[in-house]
Design a protein around this ligand. Structure first.
Ligand code: CA
Length: 685
């Protein structure tokens, strides 16, 4: 080997300097996210680059380091507290070792994927009065990343671009008429260099639309309305002119009409089609909205749009003339399936109405539809007409109707996943008995709650009338492969992996791994609160992680009354990351090395473990039996530390005085140790 000369050291130094700009950009890994990388997201197995991981939204990762043989060794690698309460519904985005996700109130976080340490936090400061515009909690389902920027839709209707390295806002645009009860809870998508964003508000009376913005400037590229507006004005498109023939009465447009694009999207680059799901009609009750009948296009529909223009190519309406809040905004998955021996490019959806739809995604033609939960409102979906065959009386035109599913849906926004190896779709399904009745003397009240139904019927929600299950559904045979029942509905979205696994969090705060092919439960961890969001998986430092956002809330978490309360959740959102623990216990030699290798124990640590750890836990980590976690003590508790520890001021709580054992000098050392533990545990604020 040649010896390094001074000259070669210089050239090495020069090389290092030349590489510096690249090293600096590594602090902002999303600079490398462009259209080419998004199109190849499937082979980028270490990352989770967009909402559904890939444009087909399968939420399947080929990663298999964690698999059905070793998942029992899965353990918590780290957790990150958001410091926020209310529902946490976000799917994290993972780019080259950094996780970007949202909590409630559209607050965005960037954390280190290996350690869970906070890199930055951005609070868009949504006015809290906007909670009155929330049908279903002040939630947010996540961000999009592209060319060095992170994009979030805020609850008050803004689209904000953040510098991915610092979290500093670069631009923001108001995407809705803020005088109306619009809100944004869905994650933006990046398609062909455009940010696609919709909104919600269908319970209050708004007109649905979806928009495309320029990621660089925030300028609007196009906007497509989903239902017709004021008939005295020109129609925005031929499609809306045709749609207007499916609405009756004079006032429908004054009610807004609904059809909001509040969550689901998918993109097929080959067919050049962007798919969006639309929400319920506004008001819910079709006899109010469109008194002489009509399908009310395009409420509760899947729309295929040209991503460059927003122009409609085809539509499929899952619930014509929807009157139950059976939105078609639920997660859509693109896949290639062999049906009757023939390959088909399909789009699949399990909307709230209880039927699982398989459509040809090129044409929108119905290929099959069967009920995936109990359905009382329709006998079937006719293959001849492509329409549901309604059961008389279930539309509560003339009185109370008991209906399954309900507005909570046989399946709601919680994303499902598709595993191409098992050929199964994993649906967070639920059974909730619903009662619908028209509100007496209903009158549209602009800006207020406007379903037109009598919400007293929600008193029906008791622990006995609800249930949930993880349903493994065969989309080719249109039947169940296996299911795993839960006492409660409103469980988390699903992730499936190449390790033959399905992961799902539950309403009662567990995080569970099942074997994908047969549903055997293989492992269970804990979220500390109800989990409703969908997990993701990624690889960093050679290790596979599974991460999920926990935080009970959302529509059922807030409105479910006694039934929701039985989830027994404690408020507080967090991001949890799990990886594989060691395959076997450490050897005696390794244990000795662990103890001696870390150097002399500091006095604070030694004193803590001598006097405190028997109750408060090794390392200051509370075991969960109700004693406080001493790593997380509040400032006022720390101020009173000596009163508590030496004088016994909290003896009534079971914390006796230790003045016979330790001195004020000792408590100072113990406090120092706990402070060190706090810094190791909490993100830098
Ligand atoms: Ca709705």
């Amino acid at each position: 080997m040649a010896r390094l000369s001074v000259g070669s050291v210089r050239s090495v130094l020069f090389l290092i300097l030349a590489l510096l700009p690249a090293a600096a950009s590594a602090a902002n890994p999303t600079t490398a996210i462009d259209d080419a990388r998004l199109l190849k997201a499937d082979s980028d197995t270490a990352n989770w680059l967009s909402h559904g991981r890939t444009y087909d939204e399968q939420r399947y990762s080929p990663l298999d380091q964690i698999n059905d043989r070793n998942v029992k060794r899965l353990h918590l690698a780290w957790s990150f507290e958001t410091g926020l309460t209310r529902g946490h519904e976000a799917t994290p985005i993972v780019v080259d070792g950094v996780i970007y996700f949202t909590g409630s109130w559209s607050v965005v976080f960037a954390v280190d994927a290996r350690t869970g340490k906070q890199i930055w936090k951005y609070d868009p400061e949504v006015p809290k009065s906007y909670a009155a515009k929330a049908c279903c909690d002040v939630v947010n389902r996540g961000v999009a990343v592209y060319k060095g920027r992170v994009f979030v839709g805020t609850f008050d209707g803004r689209l904000v671009a953040l510098d991915a390295a610092t979290g500093k806002p670069l631009w923001e645009k108001v995407t809705v008429d803020q005088s109306k009860p619009y809100s944004i809870t869905g994650a933006p998508r990046i398609v062909k260099g455009k940010i696609i964003i919709g909104n919600g508000g269908g319970e209050f009376g708004v007109r649905g639309f979806v928009s495309a913005y320029d990621p660089g400037t925030g300028n609007l590229f196009w906007r497509t309305y989903t239902v017709p507006g004021d008939p005295s004005l020109p129609f925005e498109s031929d499609a809306l002119e045709k749609a207007s023939a499916t609405w009756t009465g004079k006032d429908y447009w004054k009610f807004g009409g609904g059809g909001t694009v509040w969550d689901s999207m998918a993109f097929d680059p080959e067919l050049d089609l962007l798919y969006v799901g639309t929400g319920n009609g506004s008001p819910w009750v079709r006899h109010v909205r469109s008194p002489d009948g009509g399908d009310n296009l395009f409420v509760s529909s899947i729309l295929a749009l040209k991503p460059d223009t927003g122009q409609l190519v085809w539509y499929y309406q899952t619930t014509p003339g929807d009157t139950w809040d059976f939105t078609a905004t639920q997660h859509m998955i693109l896949a290639d399936l062999k049906i009757d021996g023939q390959p088909h490019k399909v789009i699949m959806q399990a909307p709230k109405n209880g039927f699982f739809y398989v459509l040809d995604r090129e044409t929108g033609k119905l290929l099959s539809a069967e009920n995936y939960v109990e359905v009382t409102w329709a006998k079937e979906v006719s293959m001849k007409t492509g329409r549901p065959v309604e059961v008389p009386g279930q539309d509560f035109k003339d009185g109370l109707a008991l209906v399954k599913p309900t507005a909570f849906g046989g399946h709601n926004w919680q994303p499902m996943s598709f595993n191409p190896k098992t050929g199964l779709v994993y649906i967070p399904a639920q059974e909730i008995l619903g009662a619908y009745r028209r509100e007496d003397n209903y009158k549209f009240n602009p800006g207020a709650w406007n379903t037109g139904t009598d919400f007293n019927v929600y008193s029906l929600l008791t622990p006995e009338t609800v249930a949930g299950h993880l349903l493994a559904w065969d989309p080719v045979k249109q039947k169940e492969a296996w299911h795993h029942g839960y006492a409660l509905p409103w469980n988390g979205g699903t992730l499936s992996t190449g390790g033959n696994l399905v992961f799902q969090g539950t309403a009662d705060g567990r995080f569970v791994a099942y074997r994908a092919n047969d549903g055997a439960q293989l492992w269970e961890g804990h979220g500390g609160t109800g989990i409703i969001a969908a997990p993701v998986t990624y690889k960093v430092g050679g290790q596979q992680y599974v991460a999920v956002v926990a935080g009970w809330g959302g529509a059922f978490g807030l409105a479910g009354g006694e039934a929701a309360r039985s989830a027994n959740a404690t408020p507080g959102g967090r991001l949890l990351a799990f990886n594989l623990g060691p395959s076997e216990p450490p050897s005696a030699d390794a244990v000795v090395k662990m103890i001696t290798g870390k150097g002399p124990t500091k006095d604070g640590e030694r004193l803590y473990h001598k006097y405190c750890a028997v109750c408060h836990g090794a390392g200051g980590i509370a075991g969960g039996a109700g004693l406080p976690d001493l790593r997380l003590l509040k400032a006022q508790t720390l101020d009173a530390f000596d009163d508590i520890v030496l004088k016994g001021s909290l003896v009534e709580n079971g914390m006796p005085a230790f003045d016979k054992a330790i001195t004020a000098g000792d408590t100072k050392l113990i406090r120092g140790y706990l402070d060190e533990r706090r810094k190791q545990t909490l993100p830098q604020q």
